[in-house]
Design a protein. Structure first.
Length: 65
């Protein structure tokens, strides 16, 4: 159960970082990493990783019941 909690914490942390990066990107007028391409790929990576960790945690919870 500790491993599932860790996976859910990592998923939450990645989602929070993605939301924070997205919000800052909306507020400022220039790309955060010097390129909109890199900024969009960073957002995609954060949200995709969040989804993967959340899916693995949900699968482990499902198997334990």
């Amino acid at each position: 159960m500790k491993r599932v909690g860790l996976l859910l914490f990592i998923a939450f942390l990645l989602f929070f970082l993605g939301q924070l990066l997205w919000t800052i990107g909306l507020i400022v007028d220039y790309p955060l990493f010097g390129s909109t391409f890199i900024e969009e790929w960073m957002l995609n990576f954060l949200f995709t990783s969040c989804s993967v960790f959340g899916m693995i945690a949900g699968w482990k919870l499902y198997l334990n019941k």
